[in-house]
Design a binder for this molecule. Structure first.
Ligand SMILES: Nc1ncnc2c1ncn2[C@@H]1O[C@H](COP(=O)(O)OP(=O)(O)OP(=O)(O)O)[C@@H](O)[C@H]1O
Length: 223
């Protein structure tokens, strides 16, 4: 079963007279049961692709479909994209996705609250699995880089999305914590009807992949 599908996605950035062709016709599918790992050198377009897949950015060409819901995500007003994202996608960004005035538990419950179905048991369970049971009352400014990444992952998963999109989820983690994160992602993918796409530079995380895709200058390396 296909959960998420991108078809011929283009994204160009313009700064002054300069044009950066960040994505040049990238297509992909994330299917149920898959952990797809996205590799590519810095600047190859991984974050841009994830942002388009998450509906945080809109492609200049091509389209993104939340196939599990048979709904197009691209070329919709932001409010509709945000709704589709909340309902079906868990998104973990490199920059972190935590609100500074909410504590750890409140941040992890936030998307569930917006959807009207906060699941505190699941939120606490995820935080415990990620070694954060003792940090529920902490605020984002009080967290280390590695703790922020783990809380962001919990926040991406707590509302029960079908698809996880994560940008370098283990960038700032030591080996032991990286293993914890990989286990949580693998457990997520093992649930029927769930799948994940993860951009990473970590060979250890890539070793967990069901499939590896390589981006180079905005297109698949083998294309
Ligand atoms: N907002 C922006 N404005 C202009 N250029 C951008 C913007 N965002 C990204 N780019 C450019 O688009 C290209 C792809 O960037 P992107 O961040 O997607 O790469 P990446 O593979 O995620 O890199 P990294 O591994 O360093 O995170 C790069 O050349 C980058 O400089």
């Amino acid at each position: 079963m296909t959960l998420l599908q991108a078809t011929d996605v283009y994204r160009f950035y313009h700064v002054g007279d300069d044009e950066t062709r960040a994505l040049r016709g990238a297509s992909l599918e994330v299917r149920a049961g898959e952990l797809v790992v996205l590799l590519g050198r810095s600047g190859s377009g991984k974050s841009t692709l994830l942002a388009c897949l998450a509906g945080l950015d809109d492609p200049d060409g091509g389209q993104v479909e939340v196939a599990v819901a048979s709904r197009r995500l691209s070329r919709r007003p932001e409010v509709q994209r945000a709704r589709l994202r909340a309902e079906h996608l868990g998104v973990m960004l490199q920059s972190g996705n935590l609100l500074p005035h909410l504590n750890v538990l409140e941040n992890v419950l936030l998307t569930g609250r917006i959807l009207g179905k906060p699941d505190e048991v699941r939120a606490r369970e995820l935080l415990a699995q990620l070694g954060l049971a003792g940090r529920l009352a902490a605020y984002p400014s009080q967290l280390s880089g590695g703790e922020t990444a783990r809380v962001s992952l919990a926040a991406a998963l707590a509302h029960g999305p079908a698809i996880l999109l994560a940008d370098e989820p283990t960038a700032e983690l030591d080996l032991q914590t990286e293993v914890q994160v990989a286990q949580v992602i693998e457990a997520f993918v093992r649930q029927p009807g769930h799948g994940a796409l993860i951009a990473t530079h970590s060979p250890r995380l890539a070793a967990h992949a069901s499939r590896v895709l390589r981006l180079k200058d905005g297109r698949w390396q083998d294309a």
